[in-house]
Design a protein around this ligand. Structure first.
Ligand code: TYD
Ligand code: MG
Length: 450
């Protein structure tokens, strides 16, 4: 088969590929992220010639074996992973440096490694550091089946695994940015290395029935490939984030071929490693104070309800165009709410500087917090605060009407348990009981509170 060379471009932020150069990535909208590569392409005119053995054909009534699940040692994590890590599954654990990825994987390898062989590859820490972490986390040496490799070369790592008498059950790569294949001249951490090493490892592990866990540091821009490049290549993505107010580590399941997505787990980092938190509400409420511009809302993350404080500051612009700055809250929803308040209620808000944040910068994507955002804006604009704790929930339509939200009853129950004084909800026929404040549109909200 004849070969020809082809140039192509990969976005260093999200991994989008194109044969044409782009200034702005059409997939993630980042600027100046196109990095050029050359690849061998097989000639388009070559004929497909089928000579190999046929593959297996299955019928729906055939018996198929459920893949084996590896328990992580964390009941909560096993639940969101649908029983544990899947045999031959490829997982990406992404997060900023220092968030706790190596700690989590050390703890997981202790659980899996008590019965099965785990190979932990550390490309960025010394043997002493890694042994120290295992020791600090109280992981028993005796009878443990955890093997450690301190190496950056893919070929050398694979040759160690090939020589083992027993097939490992799990392979942990900490981190993918430190690995390099000798087949490519580019440096470790470049998009080409990250992609090719991941492609090789995932094919190798799938063929051998090994669960592969890849650590990816989240780094933005430049030629260091972010884990976004890998998201399409793996079966599941677990993302670690720091919630700044509470200091909790949030593990989000962003993609999952084997179970639910959008799930959220919370961990506390302690001297003894990461501990899952089930009673998390106090962590989010401990700094909440009633003041103008502050309000609580209840967001739903996977199966969890979380009380989140929204804070707004509406002030006279210092110079030039009014500014809109958000942290945690979505900017497009804020802009929409400002436009609706200005157009429907004729409030003098469009000319103001507006700052909006959630507690600890907790990311909300849920439109159910629209009404709370409007409440916080109005409360700051008029400088009026409710004399008591208040939870506000509801979606705002472009006409200024308040729409119902999913799981409203559950969110009300949850707010009651938190001991909230006022619960403000959309005027839903489903909610019979009249002890809550039902709001049909934004002018009603203004009349009732401001
Ligand atoms: P680490 O797992 O090394 O982060 P990552 O692999 O994501 O870069 O750990 C991050 C921090 O956690 C580090 O500053 C030390 C701290 N730590 C604890 O507080 N308790 C512990 O038991 C361990 C192992 C680490
Ligand atoms: Mg680490």
């Amino acid at each position: 088969m004849s070969k020809k060379r082809q140039n192509y471009f990969v976005c260093s932020n999200c991994g989008y590929e194109s044969t044409k150069w782009f200034a702005k990535c059409p997939s993630c909208n980042e600027w100046n992220t196109a990095v050029e590569f050359t690849a061998d392409l097989f000639d388009d005119k070559a004929n497909i010639n089928i000579k190999t053995e046929p593959t297996e054909l299955l019928f729906l009534d055939d018996e198929i074996n459920e893949p084996e699940k590896l328990k992580t040692g964390f009941k909560e994590l096993d639940e969101v992973l649908n029983g544990g890590f899947v045999e031959s599954g490829v997982y990406l654990l992404a997060g900023e440096p220092g968030i706790g990825k190596s700690t989590l994987l050390t703890q997981i390898s202790s659980s899996v490694g008590s019965e099965n062989m785990v190979i932990y590859v550390s490309g960025e820490e010394s043997a002493e550091q890694v042994f120290q972490r295992f020791k600090r986390l109280g992981i028993k040496k005796d009878g443990s089946k955890i093997g450690l490799i301190f190496e950056n070369s893919l070929e050398r790592i694979i040759s160690v695994i090939e020589k083992l008498e027993e097939k490992p059950t799990m392979l942990i790569i900490d981190s993918i940015q430190t690995l390099k294949s000798e087949n490519f001249s580019s440096f470790a951490g470049s998009i080409l290395q990250v992609k090719e090493v991941t492609r090789y490892l995932s094919e190798y592990c799938k063929k051998k029935g090994i669960t592969l866990i890849i650590v990816g540091h989240v780094t933005k821009g430049g030629i260091i490939a972010g884990p976004k490049v890998l998201e399409h290549m793996v079966d599941a993505v677990l993302q670690f984030e720091l919630e700044k107010t509470s200091g909790l580590r949030m593990l989000r399941i962003l993609k999952n071929r084997y179970g639910p997505t959008d799930e959220l787990l919370m961990f506390e980092m302690t001297q003894k490693g990461l501990i899952p938190i089930s009673e998390y509400t106090n962590y989010f409420l401990k700094d909440y104070k009633t003041a103008s511009g502050n309000v609580l809302t209840i967001v739903k993350e996977g199966s969890k309800l979380i009380p989140i404080e929204i804070q707004a500051l509406v002030s006279k612009p210092v110079y030039g165009n009014p500014r809109r700055v958000t942290s945690g809250a979505p900017l497009d929803r804020l802009l929409m709410i400002i436009a609706v308040l200005s157009k429907r209620l004729r409030l003098p808000i469009e000319s103001k500087d507006i700052f909006l944040s959630t507690s600890g910068g907790f990311k909300i994507s849920d439109t159910s917090s629209d009404l709370a955002i409007a409440y916080a804006l109005l409360s700051s604009l008029f400088d009026i605060s409710t004399g008591g704790s208040i939870v506000v929930m509801g979606e705002i339509g472009l006409d200024g009407n308040i729409r119902n939200i999913n799981n409203l009853e559950k969110r009300i129950e949850f707010s009651k348990k938190l001991g909230i004084d006022y619960i403000v909800i959309p005027n839903s026929k489903k909610i019979k009981n009249n002890e809550h404040i039902k709001i049909s549109n934004l002018s009603e909200l203004v009349k009732r509170f401001f």
